[in-house]
Design a protein around this ligand. Sequence first.
Ligand code: SF4
Ligand code: SF4
Length: 82
Amino acid sequence: ALMITDECINCDVCEPECPNDAISMGSEIYVIDPAKCTECVGHFDEPQCRQVCPVECIPNDPQYLETPDGLLAKYHALQAAK
Ligand code: SF4
Ligand code: SF4
C-alpha cells in the first residue's frame, strides 16, 4: 500500500482518481486505507494518486510493503467483495 505524508496540502485531486475508493479525508489530511490500496495493481500500470499529486507526498507505506502477487490477490479479493 501507499501512504500520504504530512506534506499533503488537501488539494483533493487524488481522492476521485482511486479505483478502489481507498482515499478519504482524515482528521487533518487525506489518508489511504491500506486494506483497499492495491497500488493500482489490477487497474492501472502506475499508482493514479501518485501521478496526480502536485507535491509528491505519496510514498510506499513501510508498514505495508507488498509484493506484486500479493497486491494482485488483494485486487481479486476486493473485486469479489463488490
Ligand atoms: Fe488508490 Fe491506486 Fe493510490 Fe492505492 S495507489 S490509493 S489504489 S490510487
Ligand atoms: Fe494530498 Fe497529494 Fe492527495 Fe492533494 S493529491 S490531497 S496533496 S495526497
